[in-house]
Design a binder for this molecule. Structure first.
Ligand code: BGC
Ligand code: ZN
Length: 367
């Protein structure tokens, strides 16, 4: 079976590897679910893994099959699988549990272990292949009516987790009635955060460098968010005009922007940090001002990574809601299809060069 793979830490090593066909019996206790992969989305993580920046091969392999944004169909189940049936459309979560107490209660996205296991990213093969097998714990059903959007659920789960956790943290306030939010970045994750915050009734300002008109700006405006180019209006000015922001969702990975956001965050506000920065850059920030504001304003900043099945399930609900409010909006994310696993070079080219792409994805197989 073909699998788009890399030799981890070796730049530009993307190639087509051969993997053995998985079997339901690969999962113990009759709980195996065999899934035929239909579509897989790719993102900056796949690009950075192919650039040799991070990623690890599973034990016993010198390559890592990439792809962590899955969508497929159940083709066979083990005798002890009850909540899934042949023919169900599904997505798989990414992380697999390690040994910490958080892993043991199903919240593997909160692991305190140093080593983490992520399908398609670190120490476990991903989904850019023909079939995968896994335990039902890591498989989330997608209603047939939303099947076209299933491939977007993994990035959606990341934003769901961030926003859900922000509300959890804000329970410290006894009453929290946030009204205005800012999203930093208008890439796929920024646009996803934009629609999720619009669904929750926020007045949303989405900030990115690029000047409109762009497709990304158009998408933000289509869900009645305000798009601001920071080249036209720096974040501070935008906050004076459209803030104060009770919630800021950072989706750029630019640490300078993160700390500037902390400085302008509203009193009692919360800053969600999701962007992965290329560790190493020194930035200059107004440390004292930020510190003072943090203390006098009871502000919170927190980081969030990955997601467990709960957040994928929330994603399914919100995708259904979004389809009611803005029919067809999410499907517009699916800008750049690549047909077949053999076209991995084209997939990487689009991922690295196509500035107009919102989501590059591989059509692995027909249903
Ligand atoms: C993935 C997450 C993952 C993170 C860090 C992101 O691209 O969507 O699932 O936890 O990278 O590896
Ligand atoms: Zn991703």
């Amino acid at each position: 079976m073909k699998a788009i793979s890399v030799f981890p830490r070796e730049p530009n090593s993307v190639h087509l590897a051969e993997l053995p066909m998985p079997k339901v019996t690969d999962v113990p206790n009759g709980r195996g679910v065999l899934i035929k992969i239909i579509r897989v989305g790719v993102d900056g993580t796949d690009k950075e893994i192919n650039a040799g920046e991070y990623g690890g091969a599973p034990p016993g392999y010198d390559f890592l099959t990439i792809g962590h944004e899955s969508f497929g169909k159940v083709v066979e189940i083990g005798p002890n699988v009850r909540d899934l049936a042949v023919g169900d459309y599904v997505v798989l979560t990414v992380r697999r549990p390690g040994g910490s107490i958080y892993d043991q209660i199903g919240t593997y996205d909160m692991t305190t272990d140093e080593t983490y296991y992520e399908r398609g990213i670190n120490l476990r093969h991903g989904y850019l292949t023909e079939y995968v097998v896994d335990d039902p714990e890591y498989i989330v059903k997608v209603p047939p009516g939303l099947k076209q959007l299933g491939v977007l659920l993994e990035p959606i789960s990341i934003a769901e987790k961030g926003i859900y956790q922000a509300y959890e943290i804000q329970r410290r306030l006894k009453v929290w009635r946030p009204q205005r939010a800012a999203v930093l970045g208008a890439g796929p994750l920024g646009l996803i955060a934009t629609f999720l915050l619009r669904l929750r009734g926020f007045d949303v300002t989405t900030l990115a460098r690029t000047r409109p008109p762009t497709f990304n700006a158009e998408l933000a405006e289509a869900v009645s968010a305000r798009y601001v180019s920071t080249q036209d209006m720096p974040m501070k000015d935008a906050s004076a005009r459209y803030g104060p922001w009770d919630l800021i969702f950072e989706a750029t990975g630019n640490s300078q922007a993160t700390f500037e956001a902390l400085e302008i965050l509203a009193r009692n506000g919360i800053l969600i940090v999701t962007g992965i920065s290329a560790a190493g850059r020194q930035v200059s920030i107004s440390g004292d001002m930020i510190n003072l504001g943090l203390v006098l304003g009871n502000k919170v900043m927190f980081g969030t990574v990955n997601a467990n099945r709960e957040y994928f399930e929330m994603g399914v609900q919100d995708v259904a809601l979004a389809e009611q409010l803005w029919p067809g909006w999410l499907a517009r994310f699916l800008t750049h299809p690549v047909k077949g696993l053999e076209n991995y070079a084209e997939m990487m080219r689009l991922l690295t060069e196509e500035k107009k792409a919102i989501k590059v994805y591989v059509e692995v197989a027909e249903e």
